[in-house]
Design a protein around this ligand. Structure first.
Ligand code: 5GP
Ligand code: ZN
Length: 147
């Protein structure tokens, strides 16, 4: 069910823009609009649920499988290797800001100096221009299309 006050449901309904990485099937993915690192991807089930435990087991498994395909594509784009934080914030006290299950694929390098704990909790700024992310999404899509 689409939730009017859920930004991810609004994106899925076509009422808000997104730089899509995967836009078909029960699991979709798009670029994070407030990236913690360049190339930050969100993988989400189409169905609105707040908690991972509310997903049926098929959807929960497919979330992981889809994320794995995307992670592999991200590594093709960065041949030197992309280390990733796979993060699910599951509930408000666990830094979940959007109450619709999502898995963050967050590229990391040994030199990025990212303090994940500090930034996860307090990272929201003015929304950037969506076109900034379309090129990143297109590069991952191109690899997925040939995998
Ligand atoms: P959470 O804090 O709930 O784990 O993560 C929610 C994520 O959604 C954040 O990383 C945030 O940047 C991202 N986000 C919030 N609003 C939008 C939006 O309108 N579009 C996109 N693409 N990402 C969003
Ligand atoms: Zn939703």
């Amino acid at each position: 069910m689409t939730h009017n006050d859920c930004i991810f449901c609004q994106i899925l309904a076509g009422n808000a823009p997104a730089a899509w990485v995967v836009d078909d099937g029960p699991i979709v993915a798009f670029m994070d609009i407030f990236p913690l690192q360049p190339g930050h991807v969100l993988v989400i089930p189409r169905e609105h649920h707040q908690y991972v435990t509310e997903l049926d087991s098929y959807t929960r498994g497919l979330l992981m499988e889809t994320a794995a395909r995307i992670a592999t594509a991200m590594r093709v784009i960065h041949p030197a290797g992309t280390d990733l934080n796979w993060v699910i914030n599951d509930g408000k006290a666990a830094w979940q800001h959007v109450p619709h299950v999502h898995l963050h694929l967050l590229p990391r390098s040994g030199r990025d100096n990212l303090s994940l704990i500090n930034r996860m909790a307090t990272r929201f700024m003015r929304k950037p221009d969506m076109t900034a992310f379309e090129a990143d999404a297109a590069r991952i899509r191109a690899v997925l299309e040939h995998s």
